[in-house]
Design a protein around this ligand. Structure first.
Ligand code: SAM
Length: 353
């Protein structure tokens, strides 16, 4: 993949030479080109901005300087050649032509799903805004030539697009083949790595039996990510998990040696060697953490009938959400929750913690 970054602060992108992404670039798997926007300015001061029409504070980046940069990085002639491929393929996220990404707090949210889609692109061009942003006519014109995404990395305002671009480039790059040491790492991550929201729930095998034991009150290491539930045998091995088991969820806690650290033990199931039980424990821990930290993701998953399994619903219920996860307030059926999937209420305000 080729990645072009246009900025007035090229030095901001030194970190692209570091760690896994630096190695991928050194191997030639990612071809980075960082450009100084001021190279396309014409006056002695290399001006790239001007006062906003309509008044107000701050400055606006000039359309002309951006247009000249884009013309050189993605020449119209090259775009014509790219149009030799079917138009649908060109316009698709994984199309053969370049794709312009403009970071802005007023853009659509950048998510793991966006990162995964961008891995299919041959060339990404990032336009780092500064000041009050870029003259909108540049973006309109670019959109007539290539796919353009205005993208936000979160509901806050940065001083410039550089940090946002570093975030996006890292999220995309680590999903490219060969960049991560272990390809499974990405699918095990929060949000399911290359997956978007919904993912296949694990095969429960059986939804029967207890899901979580009650609070231990001992302070012993618990199965619940934030403590309060003992691991014990309550994390039963209900079946197998898929690599996409974190799709749409946050990853649960992780541990390494030593087995006991400052009196705190690693959850026993992780030492059991029972892969199905470990996978189920991870799924349960992910559900609990997601419900606690990002209930919006649980509602999203609940909206897709294929995402949460009966066993998943049991876990959510055992967390104390039984009156919430099912609109009718019914407890899960101990013999399984076949039939109508449980439904969540309309909004986060109804979620009990
Ligand atoms: N006036 C703009 C507004 O209110 O939407 C904010 C401009 S901000 C000070 C300057 C630049 O920082 C933006 O053009 C954009 O490139 C970048 N930026 C700031 N916050 C961002 C965010 N949450 N996501 C992506 N880019 C952001």
């Amino acid at each position: 993949m080729r990645i072009d970054i246009v900025t007035i602060f090229p030095e901001y992108f030194g970190p692209l030479g570091v760690s896994l992404i630096g190695k991928a670039a050194a191997r030639g798997d990612i071809d980075f080109h960082v450009h100084d926007l001021r190279e396309w300015a014409h006056d002695i001061h290399r001006t790239v901005d001007d006062a906003p029409f309509g008044g107000g504070p701050g400055m606006v980046m000039k359309a002309q300087v951006w247009a000249e940069a884009l013309d050189e990085i993605a020449p119209p002639a090259a775009l014509q050649a790219a149009r030799g491929v079917p138009a649908a393929a060109l316009a698709a996220p994984g199309g053969a032509g370049p794709r312009l990404i403009v970071p802005t707090p007023s853009g659509v949210p950048f998510t793991q799903a966006s990162a995964a889609r961008y891995t299919g692109c041959a060339q990404l061009i990032f336009a780092c805004g500064r000041y009050e942003g870029i003259d909108a006519r540049f973006i309109d014109e670019a959109r007539a030539r290539m796919p353009v995404d205005e993208v936000s990395i979160g509901d806050y305002v940065l001083a410039g697009g550089e940090a946002a671009v570093l975030v996006m480039v890292e999220a995309v790059s680590r999903l490219l083949p060969g960049v991560l040491g272990n390809e499974r790492s990405a699918s095990d991550d929060s949000f399911g790595g290359a997956s978007s929201g919904a993912g296949a729930p694990p095969d429960d095998g059986s939804a029967g039996g207890p899901v979580l034991p009650g609070p231990t009150g001992t302070g012993a290491p618990g199965g619940r990510p934030d403590g309060g539930w003992s691991t014990g045998n309550g994390w039963s091995s209900g079946g197998t998990e898929t690599a996409a088991s974190m799709a749409g969820l946050l990853e649960g806690p992780v541990y390494t040696r030593p087995r006991v650290w400052r009196g705190r033990e690693v959850p026993e199931v992780l030492l059991s060697g029972d892969h199905a039980a470990i996978a189920r424990w991870r799924r349960d821990a992910a559900l609990l953490r997601t419900a606690a930290n990002r209930p919006d993701l649980i509602w999203r998953a609940a909206a897709d009938p294929g995402t949460l399994s009966p066993r998943d619903w049991q876990v959510l219920s055992a967390m104390g959400l039984s009156g919430v996860v099912r609109r009718d307030g019914a407890e899960p059926d101990a013999g399984g929750m076949a039939g109508e999937p449980a439904r969540l209420p309309a909004g986060p305000e109804n979620m009990a913690h």
